[in-house]
Design a protein around this ligand. Structure first.
Ligand code: G3I
Length: 326
């Protein structure tokens, strides 16, 4: 395996897990995809294939084929794997529908899903995003109401999920994952309250995931990101950067791409300087495959560190420099 001159080699030297989200379609049809992925990264996460809708498309019938393909690729290339995600209000199968299940039935089926999935990947997935995006960006409540889990079970779905994941794999690092913690102080405070409350009730939670989907037009402030990481570390929780990308206008200028590089550098520096931020995962790595253009009707693009031809962008160089700094 070629490690010299790669981000992977540099990250390895710093003891950092530097990863990327895996796209199974790209992996199957584009031979360059897997080569570059294993050359540049020492960690992977599934962009989609470990979500509920893919793993349990019909009730009680699991399909691990796509996810296993990724995990096998990771093992063959000596890469760590993060699991994403056990409980989310999106990416759910139609059969889960609204209101068809009693609270008891919903508890049973969620327990069964979490136990089956976590046991299946036990020893091969080192960390799980157990619950994803449960805290709303606005409004009064601490927990998002527009979630099938909240409607069917109530707020305690979160603590149950962590207990069941821990039972299924006592060695896995269990993470609460959310967006905008890095940019939105209200979101940060709410997430802190949620995980603090979980800790006080003895819930096995080990860390918080900062998704870190950001834009150059609304950049996070590096000092605040460091403070927020420190604040979770002070609670005894690790922080993982779980879905990093930096969107720029579709008509990006050179200055935009340089600014993008600065923001990638900032987050890697924050991770390296933190007491406990052992993993930084990008939400993809080549602009050829990114969720950003379709999610923004083509307004934003170029969010990753390699261009559509797999050529390094200023962001790639910025990460390399950050990893080489003392
Ligand atoms: O696989 C089907 C394909 O068969 C079908 O023809 C096509 C038609 O729409 O859809 C394909 O599935 C899409 C899937 O991505 C794979 O490309 C889904 O519609 C689409 O909703 C799904 O979007 C993903 C989204 O999560 C919802 O699961 C994005 O790729 C993925 O980047 C995004 O990731 C989320 C994180 O999990 C959580 N944080 C936010 C982040 C961005 O939304």
């Amino acid at each position: 395996m070629m490690e010299t001159g790669s981000l992977r080699a540099l990250a390895q030297e710093r003891g950092l897990l530097l990863g990327a989200a895996f796209n199974p379609g790209a992996f199957r049809r584009d031979p360059q995809y897997g080569r570059v992925l294993s050359r540049e990264f020492n960690c992977l996460v599934a962009e989609g294939s470990m979500k509920f809708v893919l793993l349990q498309p019909r009730q009680g019938q699991y399909d691990f084929a796509l996810a296993d393909e990724m995990v096998d690729f990771a093992a063959a290339n000596d890469m760590a794997v993060r699991g994403h995600t056990l409980v989310w209000h999106e990416a759910l199968p139609d059969w889960l529908g609204a209101g068809k299940f009693s609270r008891k039935e919903a508890l049973d089926l969620l327990r069964e899903h979490i136990s089956t999935v976590v046991r299946h990947f036990r020893g091969r997935v080192f960390a799980w995003d157990v619950v994803n995006e449960a805290v709303p960006g606005e409004g009064d409540g601490l927990l998002r109401e527009d979630s099938v889990w909240m409607r069917m079970i109530g707020p305690d779905y979160i603590e149950h999920a962590f207990h069941w994941a821990h039972e299924a794999d006592p060695d896995a690092v269990l993470i609460y994952n959310d967006n905008a913690i890095e940019t939105n102080s209200d979101k940060f405070e709410r997430c802190r309250r949620l995980v603090g409350r979980m800790q006080r009730s003895g819930v096995p939670i080990h860390g918080v995931g900062f998704q870190y989907h950001v834009q150059i037009s609304n950049p996070p402030v590096q000092e605040w990101v460091s403070e927020r990481i420190r604040s979770f570390n002070d609670m005894g929780l690790a922080v993982h950067v779980t879905e990093l990308d930096v969107a720029v206008p579709a008509e990006a200028t050179e200055a935009d791409l340089a600014r993008q590089g600065d923001l990638y550098r900032d987050v890697v520096q924050c991770a390296l300087r933190a007491e406990s931020c052992p993993a930084v995962l990008l939400w993809g790595f080549t602009d050829r495959y990114s969720w950003i253009p379709s999610a923004t009707d083509g307004r934003l693009d170029h969010a990753l560190i390699l261009d559509r031809r797999y050529e390094p962008k200023p962001a790639y160089e910025a990460i390399a420099r950050a990893l080489q700094e003392a």
